[in-house]
Write a protein that binds this ligand. Structure first.
Ligand code: C5P
Length: 286
């Protein structure tokens, strides 16, 4: 095999509860990751010259050394002592720094793809060990399941596949929000034994009687303090009578969740008319 094409999907967090601030500076979470159909494409190709080459048309990702895929290549090389050459073509569709996990997904799918293309024979445990070093959301994408519960700093994954197919309207503001800044602004209490034990089981994430999962995001207020524009988007959803709406991760994406494609399209169209300055995507459960 000379090359490999991989789809790298985005996620939304349908639930994100912050249990407390840990001594290592991270925050202990309970979150529900949900994979969506919005995706990047990654093409890996063997090249004869040893090393790493990244080709992307996205202006913000052109500096190879700061790209998370390059960092993934570095940790992989360190662990496996792999000395080959790879060219990575990245077709970016997922907005950057938008709380949709695009970078984490790219890193995870790059590692999975390298393992296949170069037959590196890395165990799943090793892949997870690499993923954790790259970011808290990376392990979720390694599991290749459409929904899972994340605990710890988000890196401890329990599969919880979704049988329901939902439709989403993603409202992506032109600004990104750096995740560390959001956590810094969060007024989280230090983690205690009691808060760490605030167990949430799979049953807590099951759909309510209305057929929708419980929606919650404890980072919303902190993100609004950084970008008050998010409040205005939230208010517009409210005006349109959309009650099932949320921010994904640390933002900036806000989304609504629907059971029908028609309803999602209708909301997206109204949003587009009212706010032509904002990017709107309609997508569904992956
Ligand atoms: O793990 P990741 O690289 O995505 O985290 C980026 C930053 O977000 C961390 O350095 C930390 O400041 C913050 N963070 C946190 N608690 C988490 C996840 C991230 O405080 N559970």
């Amino acid at each position: 095999m000379r090359s490999l094409e991989i789809s790298s999907p985005a996620k939304v967090n349908l639930f994100l509860k912050v249990l407390g601030r840990r001594n290592d500076g991270y925050h202990e979470l309970k979150t529900l990751f949900h994979c969506i159909s919005l995706q990047d494409q990654i093409i890996l190709r063997r090249i004869s010259k040893p090393g790493f080459r990244l080709i992307t048309s996205h202006p913000k990702l052109k500096r190879t050394r700061s790209n998370i895929i390059f960092r993934a290549y570095q940790v992989l090389q360190k662990v496996t002592k792999w000395k080959g050459g790879v060219e990575v073509k990245l077709k970016k569709n997922i907005p950057v720094a938008a709380g949709l996990g695009g970078g984490s997904s790219n890193a995870a799918h790059f590692i999975l793809g390298m393992n296949r293309l170069f037959n590196l024979k890395l165990s799943f445990k090793t892949l997870l060990h690499l993923g954790v070093q790259l970011g808290s959301d990376v392990p979720f994408f390694l599991y290749k399941v459409n929904q899972a519960i994340g605990t710890g700093r988000g890196e401890k994954i329990k599969r919880f596949p979704s049988k329901n197919k939902f439709w989403f309207v993603l409202v992506v503001s032109p600004f990104g929000i750096p995740t560390p800044l959001v956590y810094k602004r969060l007024k989280a209490r230090p983690l205690t034994r009691i808060s760490r034990d605030a167990t949430i089981t799979s049953a807590d994430f099951c759909c309510n009687r209305d057929g929708y999962p419980p929606l919650r995001n404890d980072l919303f207020s902190a993100s609004c303090r950084i970008r008050p524009e998010l409040k205005r988007i939230d208010a517009l959803f409210d005006q349109l009578g959309v009650t099932r709406r949320l921010m994904s991760g640390s933002g900036s994406t806000m989304f609504s969740i629907h059971k029908s494609r028609r309803e999602a399209k209708r909301i997206a169209q109204i949003f587009k008319r009212r706010r032509p300055d904002i990017k709107i995507f309609v997508c569904h459960t992956d």
